[in-house]
Every structure is written in structure tokens, then in C-alpha cells.
Design a protein around this ligand. Structure first.
Ligand code: B1M
Length: 210
């Protein structure tokens, strides 16, 4: 791997925030494409953190410091990722579903959509179904994006779609879902309009749905 990217990868795993920030700045200054910095440096490191957690070499505190380090790197990369977004194509309400505190994937999807010209209303993490529905009504959104990282919280996606129906706003929005345990089959089963496996394909899907 490119040494600058390897350094970012290593610093994310070590949970060294300043090391990650420095690495991302250097990589940007060296003219490396933002997509490579993101995928090879930041995202692949989080994959390794997950593997170490499964092997019980890492515990929640290590996952947390790695996630914070990654977020610091993402914040520096954000201007490069969203460059080019000029006017709003449509409004998107985004969030991680109830019971789930993972926010990196959701933020990344938000950044990429913003870069593609969408206006983002990011509700953050642990968002109750009714809150999604209220936000759709309040902002007149055309799209809702639901993220879940746990097999246990995936079911909140179904309740969120039901909440959209209950509030009478299901007809005005397309619902897209994503996150590591989510699949295309699951998306169809719960009545979502589409599933995307990663942030760049979430942008393509959002455009298709509209
Ligand atoms: Co947690 N965690 N975690 N965790 N964590 C996972 C998800 C896990 C797979 C780790 C493992 O066992 N290997 C596992 C889930 C197992 C399962 O359910 N099958 C797990 C667990 C068990 C837990 C706890 C239960 C641990 C505990 O307390 N015992 C706990 C749950 C807390 C809760 O949510 N209620 C927990 C806690 C945490 C931390 C708080 C420590 C931290 C999160 C910090 C934060 O987000 N601010 C954390 C982390 C960092 C992880 C891992 C290591 C990394 C997640 C991540 O940020 N990935 C993760 C292991 C892994 O994923 N390899 C793990 C990088 C991110 C860019 O990828 O989020 O997948 P991802 O997003 C991708 C795609 O999925 C997609 O696009 C993104 C970019 O390409 N995508 C969408 C995501 N949302 C989308 C929406 C879309 C479209 C695409 O449309 C709307």
C-alpha cells in the first residue's frame, strides 16, 4: 500500500487522532484522490478494527477511539468529498435507526449525497421511527435514508417505514436503506424502495429513485 495511506490505516487502528489528521493532510497535499484516502486509508482500517473486535483482540473502548480518529480524518476530507455540490437536487432526511449508535457510515452517505447536490437533514443516531416521519413532513423531503449496523436494530427500519405510513407521508418519499447487515432481500421484505451497499452507490441509488 502507498506509505501515506498505510500510515493513515495504522493510525486509525491505533486510535491516534492527531496521527490520522496529519496523515490525511499529507495525503491531500500529495494529491492522492480523496476516494483512495477514504477507501484504502480510513474505511479499510475500520474493517480491520471490526475483525480484531470479533477475535476479541479489541474491545469497545478500542473501537471507540478508532472511530473517533477516523471521524477526525473524515472531517478533513469532507471538503474534497463534497466539492462540486452546488444546488439542491432534492431534500434527504438521513439517520441511524433507533437503538443504533453507529454514525460513521451514515455521515459518509450524507457527505457523498451533499457532494452530489442533495440537501441533507441529518437526524444523527438512535432516531425513533416517529422522528423520521415528523422530519419528512416538516422539511417536505423527497427521500429518507436509514442506516443500521446491528442485526438487532435492522428491525427498526421496518418500524420506521410503518411510522411513515402512520403519519400519511409514505407516498411522498422514497426510502433507501443501508449498513453492513442490510441486504437487498431485507430491503424488499420491509417495503423499502432501494438498498445501497456503500456511500457512492447510495448516491447512484438516490438519483435513480428520484
Ligand atoms: Co460496533 N459493531 N458495536 N461500535 N462496530 C460493529 C457494527 C460489529 C460488526 C463489530 C463486530 O462484531 N465485528 C458488531 C455488530 C454485530 C452484528 O450486529 N451483527 C458491533 C457491535 C456488536 C457493537 C456493540 C453491541 C458492542 C458492545 O457494546 N458490546 C455496540 C452497540 C452500540 C449501539 O449501537 N447500540 C457497538 C458500539 C460501537 C462503538 C460505539 C464503539 C463504535 C461506533 C462509533 C461511531 O460510529 N461513532 C463501533 C464501531 C466503530 C464498529 C465497527 C468496528 C466499525 C463501524 C464503522 O464505522 N465502519 C463495526 C465493524 C465493521 O463494520 N467492520 C462494528 C466504517 C463505516 C464507513 O462503514 O458503517 O458499514 P459502515 O457504512 C458503510 C456501508 O455499510 C454503507 O455505506 C457506508 C460507507 O461505505 N452504509 C449505507 C451505511 N449506512 C448506509 C445507509 C445507506 C446506504 C449505505 O442508505 C441510507
Amino acid at each position: 500500500m502507498e506509505p501515506t495511506l498505510q500510515a493513515i490505516y495504522d493510525e486509525v487502528i491505533a486510535g491516534n487522532r492527531t496521527g490520522v489528521e496529519e496523515g490525511v493532510r499529507q495525503a491531500v497535499a500529495a494529491g492522492l484522490p480523496p476516494a483512495r484516502i477514504l477507501n484504502e486509508g480510513l474505511i479499510s482500517a475500520m474493517g480491520e478494527v471490526g475483525i480484531r473486535f470479533e477475535r476479541q483482540e479489541f474491545y469497545v473502548p478500542e473501537m471507540l477511539v478508532a472511530a473517533r480518529a477516523m471521524q477526525s480524518g473524515l472531517a478533513i476530507l469532507k471538503p474534497q468529498l463534497v466539492a462540486g455540490g452546488i444546488r439542491a437536487v432534492a431534500k434527504v432526511v438521513l439517520g441511524t435507526v433507533k437503538g443504533d449508535l453507529h454514525d460513521i457510515g451514515n455521515s459518509l452517505v450524507g457527505m457523498m449525497l451533499e457532494g452530489a447536490g442533495f440537501e441533507i437533514i441529518d437526524l444523527g443516531t438512535d432516531v425513533p421511527p416517529a422522528r423520521f416521519a415528523e422530519a419528512v413532513r416538516e422539511h417536505g423531503a423527497q427521500l429518507v435514508g436509514l442506516s443500521a449496523l446491528l442485526t438487532t436494530t435492522m428491525q427498526s427500519m421496518r418500524s420506521t417505514i410503518e411510522a411513515l405510513e402512520d403519519l400519511g407521508v409514505r407516498g411522498q418519499v422514497k426510502v433507501m436503506v443501508g449498513g453492513a447487515p442490510v441486504t437487498d432481500v431485507f430491503a424488499k421484505e420491509i417495503g423499502a424502495d432501494g438498498y445501497a451497499p456503500d456511500a457512492s452507490r447510495a448516491v447512484a441509488l438516490a438519483k435513480d429513485l428520484l
